[in-house]
Write a protein that binds this ligand. Structure first.
Ligand SMILES: *[C@@H]1O[C@H](CO)[C@@H](O)[C@H](O)[C@H]1NC(C)=O
Ligand SMILES: *[C@@H]1O[C@H](CO)[C@@H](O)[C@H](O)[C@H]1NC(C)=O
Ligand SMILES: *[C@@H]1O[C@H](CO)[C@@H](O)[C@H](O)[C@H]1NC(C)=O
Length: 532
């Protein structure tokens, strides 16, 4: 059972089942990350808000350029992709020999260059300096608080948005539980985070402390200095801007992420906002899929893992494996694959969602990006994950643990490993059955994520922020939050009580002994005699 009619109705539903719009608002959205997956989930939100009469300006590296969306203006900053490429950011993520420090240093330079590029654009300069430009709400990718400077500039509330699990300091600012043992940071790649041993817990706690010190004492002051050059010297601390976020939209979902204790101002929109209504496939693809009686495997490593990141032995392993299996393969890759066998159709781009809806697609081989997992699960298709970097690693581990697919290490992959993994997932029905169960849970949302995002966006506009949802933990130092003083006081008190008790007992014993001695025969005399 595939959810086609439900998805098709969703957009209509969203438009007609929301409270009436008060005044149309002017909304500025800024998403500086040059990664398609950070933009795609929110594109339906921009469209829906615009069609509800709000006037949107979206600064994005992936504009949709839809001439029909008349209330949606886009500022194209796709040049940021070029800046990422110049600094070889994806290669850096994939290179396991690089340390956190080295990666952080390159990222800092890359982000600063992107900030300079974005904020120097003529249109953006006008937003900063032209007093006639006004916005009622600023929505900013909650990866770095730099672009929250716009909320300060327009004296308006802000909403943070994140297609993935955002960094821990953002959760801190919303009053969500940041706990190194309950929710260890995904970057630590702890194998089994439900059963961490002592050293893992120590590592996780130390990581949180060092990370926060780095962010607040090194990273943010540097970015703040840069932002002041554009917004003026009055610009408050980035941490202050971050603590002033009214709401956070996160693309997380309990099927793909660990549960986290969150405040009411953190809205989960991870139900697949980007899942679009079905569209007809191109005729050749439709024919290819229809004619594959034994089934089709869809292979794609997403938009960030390009062919130039793949080793020759990796490419050999996949072409070799595909030549041996009795299934057809649709392979998305940005480069030609020499010696691909006849059953393989290679394309630079594929309509992934519509391919995964086809009943003959039996398996999806993926790098493990969140949206790919969602698109697979919503159609009940099992997976083989070959993660490369970032959240792909934790996504795939989680998928394997839930039992709807297998993981292959990209460094040690061979033809035989891939063939046997394909055989296992294709022949053992448990993977497909689990994927279908996951799909049922995933599709069962109280309110569709898109509708929830629209509602809470307008809520922030209506109430000019959400101060009443701020957590009392905001600005509380860690020692207070973790009650170190209270626990210390209780510990010392217990210690004192125990000591007093111990001395009382000791004195009592001594007293008893003395009384016993005095009451009985004069033992002291005897001992004196003995000593003599
Ligand atoms: C743009 O907003 C107006 C109201 O401000 C609305 O009437 C119109 O339908 C919107 N345009 C589109 C294409 O959604
Ligand atoms: C904090 O947010 C409120 C709206 O929620 C806004 O009016 C105010 O200007 C913001 N303060 C700063 C320092 O950005
Ligand atoms: C943070 O950095 C400043 C200098 O920028 C330094 O004076 C201060 O001691 C640092 N704080 C900590 C806790 O390391």
């Amino acid at each position: 059972m595939r959810p086609i009619p439900v998805v098709a109705l969703l957009f209509q539903f969203v438009l007609h089942h929301l409270p009436d719009l008060g005044d149309a608002a002017r909304i500025l959205a800024v998403i500086p990350s040059a990664s398609r997956s950070h933009h795609v989930p929110f594109q339906p939100l921009w469209r829906t808000l615009a069609s509800r009469g709000h006037r949107l300006t979206v600064i994005t590296t992936d504009p949709v350029r839809d001439p029909a969306a008349s209330n949606l203006t886009e500022v194209d900053i796709s040049h940021c992709y070029r800046i990422y490429d110049e600094h070889r950011v994806t290669e850096l993520f994939v290179d396991e020999t690089k340390s956190f420090g080295e990666i952080a240093a390159v990222l800092r330079v890359t982000f600063e260059e992107c900030h300079d590029y974005i904020l120097s654009l003529e249109e953006v300069q006008r937003f900063i300096h032209d007093d006639s430009v006004e916005f009622d709400l600023v929505m900013v990718e909650a990866q770095l608080p730099t672009m929250l400077a716009f909320a300060w500039r327009f004296r308006c509330p802000s909403i943070g948005i994140a297609s993935l699990e955002p960094a821990m300091q953002i959760h801190d600012s919303l009053g969500n539980l940041v706990h190194p043992v309950v929710n260890p940071d995904p970057n630590l790649n702890i194998e089994d985070d439900a059963r961490m041993g002592f050293w893992d817990r120590l590592k996780s706690a130390a990581y949180v402390m060092v990370y926060k010190l780095f962010v607040y004492n090194r990273s943010y002051p540097n970015y703040h200095a840069q932002m002041k050059r554009y917004f003026g010297n009055d610009l408050p601390d980035l941490r202050e801007l971050q603590d002033n976020i009214s709401m956070l939209f996160v693309g997380t979902h309990p099927l793909f992420h660990n549960m986290k204790l969150s405040n009411l101002n953190t809205i989960s929109v991870g139900g697949g906002m980007h899942i679009s209504p079905p569209k007809a496939l191109p005729l050749d693809l439709q024919k290819f899929l229809d004619e594959a009686e034994r089934g089709v495997i869809y292979f794609s490593l997403g938009s960030n893992v390009k062919a130039n990141l793949l080793t020759e032995s990796f490419k050999k392993a996949i072409t070799g494996a595909f030549a041996e299996i009795p299934y057809k393969v649709l392979l998305k890759m940005d480069d030609v694959l020499v010696d691909a066998s006849e059953n393989v159709l290679v394309r630079k781009w594929m309509p992934q969602q519509d391919i995964l809806r086809h009943k003959n697609v039996k398996l999806f081989i993926t790098q493990g990006g969140l949206q790919s997992l969602q698109e697979s699960v919503v159609n009940g298709i099992p997976l083989i994950g070959i993660p490369f970097f970032g959240d792909q690693i934790t996504n795939v581990n989680k998928m394997v643990k839930k039992g709807y697919g297998l993981k292959i290490n990209r460094r040690t992959i061979t033809k035989d490993i891939l063939v046997s993994a394909i055989k296992e997932v294709m022949d053992n029905p448990k993977y497909r059955e689990t994927a279908e169960l996951m799909g049922e849970i995933f599709r069962d949302e109280e309110i569709p994520s898109l509708q929830r995002a629209v509602y809470w966006t307008e809520y922030v506009i209506r109430h000019k922020g959400a101060k009443h949802l701020r957590s009392p933990s905001l600005g509380m130092p860690a020692w207070k939050f973790y009650m170190l003083d209270v626990l210390g006081f209780l510990f010392v008190t217990c210690l004192l009580v125990l000591m007093v008790f111990y001395y009382c007992v000791k004195m009592f014993c001594r007293l008893v002994r003395r009384l016993c001695c005095n009451g009985g025969r004069p033992r002291s005399n005897r001992s004196k005699i003995k000593r003599n």
